[in-house]
Design a protein around this ligand. Sequence first.
Ligand SMILES: *Cc1c(COP(=O)(O)O)cnc(C)c1O
Length: 397
Amino acid sequence: MPRGQAHDSYLEAAAQALQEAGLWRTLQPLAGATGPTVRVGEQELLLLCSNNYLGLATDPRVTEAAAAAARELGSGSGASRLVCGSLELHHQLEQRLAQLKGKADCVLFSSGYLANLGTIAALCGRGDTVVSDELNHASIIDGCRLSGADIAIYPHADADACAQRVARARGRVLLVTDSVFSMDGDLAPLAELCAAAARHDGWVMVDEAHATGVLGGGAGAVSALGLSAQVDAVMGTCSKALGAAGGFVAGSRAVCDYLRNRARSFVYDTAPAPPVVAAALAALDVITAEPERGEQVCRAARLLATELRALGFTVPWPAAAIVPVLVGDSAVAMRLSGFLRRAGVLAPAIRPPTVPPGTARLRLCVMATHTGEQLGRVVAAFRAARDALPELRPALR
Ligand SMILES: *Cc1c(COP(=O)(O)O)cnc(C)c1O
């Protein structure tokens, strides 16, 4: 057998195993922008799975800023920030984000994934300990592994268990957590976690990917809870509520200067492209001018959760814009998702390994640009699914 064919058949067998476990994934090309509705082929679907929470990815104030930056500064930045890719625009965005987060400084990365990877691995190394919530985002997990530090995982949102791990840790201690969890939509007990770290002089890093732009008038949960001074690294992304792309870490001058020198995903990565940087800046202008957008989306999420609970679905209470509908079995989650899609609602099933085994779910994301009528149609589709799919019964309350 030719060499390439043997390699392919190895992968095909592995793919077959995933397919049989109901865990195979395929891409879904959209024919248009991720607005409150989206075109997939010939079908117009209500979009309930985008992290474009405030609808800013299609806001003309944001898209025009991106277009103007492309004309003026080009479509790409051409080099790493440390070589010749650092534009005034990058520095402006970093200043604005530092201000938003109540920190002295900020470092911009090409994505939130790279921000977590580079920051955790720069701040900790062999002989140190990262204390991490079991449901933290994959980019945090990968950052922990890359750092070479000991990894102490505590049960989800359990501040006492976290405190125990911190007390037992060796070397320098970095406590890291999502603020709003990406698949459960709940909020970490940030004040208790900060107190646990402080008792042992540990560092704290909080991932505000789903809180930035949404909670605390846009500033995020750390700021809303008055904890900015207790958190050494406030991480966020421009790719969700800000409708652009890029990740960032806000912190003291010392933290940020160190990251610019030692975070490999900053040092060896081409600077974010001018259009996305300009888009993020314009999005911050919109959020400053209209700080009520975040609260509006949270209110809509709570209303959706209430109505789905009333239908019997198991829906954890949303802290921000994420409304998880727990199903359990992956195949049943796929059938529910398929039913909704035929009813005009796009809400893919989230299956292991993205969530723990046996906790497959539909992860609904509300956008500020969804109308009440559109969310009413989502509820009606869930009601029809409940009545049409007997296999959903074990998942109902
Ligand atoms: C999306 C996400 C990231 C990664 O951000 P990107 O900008 O998409 O790379 C990091 N952490 C959490 C919690 C996220 O949900």
